[in-house]
Design a protein around this ligand. Structure first.
Ligand code: PLP
Length: 357
């Protein structure tokens, strides 16, 4: 750290993303919940076409994309704000709605970026422990009187709340915002988007990174009532009005023009997840019930960190979290069937070595 760095950032602990090893040779990457299938050909074609106009600034309103999203999600285009990833949507939400007098609350086990934004912006926050079974106890949040951030389905557990459970939280905190981070909702949970017209304090964020195979494009969007979207746009236009680039805007709209493709990829991932869950259980793993494109699992024969390191040696990357309650677990992205076969083969080798040792 230089002597020039602002005092207010000197103690900041940044978010630690999953490793991004160079994908060379036989490397199997199941550590950051990327989609194993390519983006829709329509998204790729639209991005290539948009590349021709990169001379120009991108559309600060993302009009083409918001219109397509509005149609897809059955909302008005003024109820949507696009951003350079869900991370950026979250950034805008914390910045717009939280401060030292408007504290935040979220589960102790959830997306690791929430506390990082709070520290960055000096927002006081409370982390509420998940129940023993890793579910969210909604009674912990009803009438809590703080801004609430919940990933649904949650990460890294993969477990989802039902829409009417979230509605109870939203309804009982009318003077605070409730942000539902639906990064994984397409893999089998109920979206809260249908509630946004009923509650003026509800914000839903979604991303193209997981179900739409576009993590590298960096595209996320927020759905909420117009007034909340307008507030967030005030901050966006004070910071980064050209936050979404032209190729990404085009690719995002292109992907929406191809709903069958997304459904196909999603169905394949769900089928692979079901098989992977059963195969892991056969090998003595406990798997939390996943509504996502990953499985959070622990073995009764090999420690979480040991499994992670051994698989890494074999060229298979999964995500390990070195913290209390999670250390026996690993978060494993649902890859292609071939990748999961390789994973299972590697696990068999590791388990038989343990048994022989
Ligand atoms: C992946 C993820 C995000 C971030 O998505 P990006 O659009 O890639 O920034 C946000 N929240 C959760 C819970 C995630 O898992």
């Amino acid at each position: 750290m230089t002597r020039f760095m602002s005092d207010k950032y000197r103690t900041l602990t940044p978010y630690v993303p999953g490793e991004q090893p160079k994908v060379t040779g036989r490397l199997i990457k199941l550590n950051t919940n990327e989609n194993p299938y390519p983006p829709s050909p329509k998204a790729i074609a639209a991005a290539a076409e948009a590349a021709k106009t990169l001379r120009l600034y991108s559309d600060t309103q993302c009009t083409l994309l918001r219109e397509a999203l509005a149609k897809t999600y059955g909302v008005d285009k003024d109820e949507i704000m696009c951003a350079n990833s869900s991370d950026e949507s979250l950034d805008y939400a914390f910045l717009t709605f939280c401060d030292k007098d408007r504290p935040a609350v979220f589960p102790d086990i959830t997306y690791g970026f929430y506390p990082v934004y709070c520290d960055l912006y000096g927002i006081p926050y409370t982390e509420i422990p998940l129940k023993e079974d890793f579910t969210v106890d909604i009674s912990d949040y009803t009438g809590i009187g703080k801004n609430i951030f919940i990933a649904n389905p949650n990460a890294p557990t993969g477990i989802a709340l039902k829409r009417d459970e979230i509605e109870q939280i939203v309804k009982s905190n009318p003077d605070n915002i409730v942000l539902i981070d639906e990064a994984y909702v397409d893999f089998g949970a109920e979206s809260c988007v249908p509630l946004i017209h009923r509650y003026d304090n509800l914000i839903v964020t979604m991303t193209y990174s997981k179900s739409r195979s576009m993590a590298g494009a960096r595209l996320g969007f927020t759905i909420a009532n117009k007034a909340l979207i307008a507030d967030m746009n005030t901050i966006r236009f004070s910071r980064s009005p050209y936050n979404v680039n032209s190729m990404t805007i085009a690719a995002g709209a292109g992907a929406l023009a191809d709903p069958e493709y997304m459904a196909q990829c999603r169905d394949r991932i769900i089928a692979t997840r079901t098989r992977m869950n059963a195969e892991l259980e056969k090998r003595g793993f406990t798997c939390l019930p996943s509504c996502t494109n990953f499985i959070f699992a622990k073995s009764d024969r090999v420690g979480g960190k040991e499994l992670y390191l051994k698989l890494k040696d074999m060229g298979i990357f999964i995500r390990h979290f070195d913290r209390e309650r999670l250390t026996e677990f690993n978060r494993i992205t649902v890859g292609t069937d071939e990748q999961i076969d390789e994973l299972l083969k590697a696990i068999d080798i590791i388990l038989s070595e343990k048994a022989g040792a």
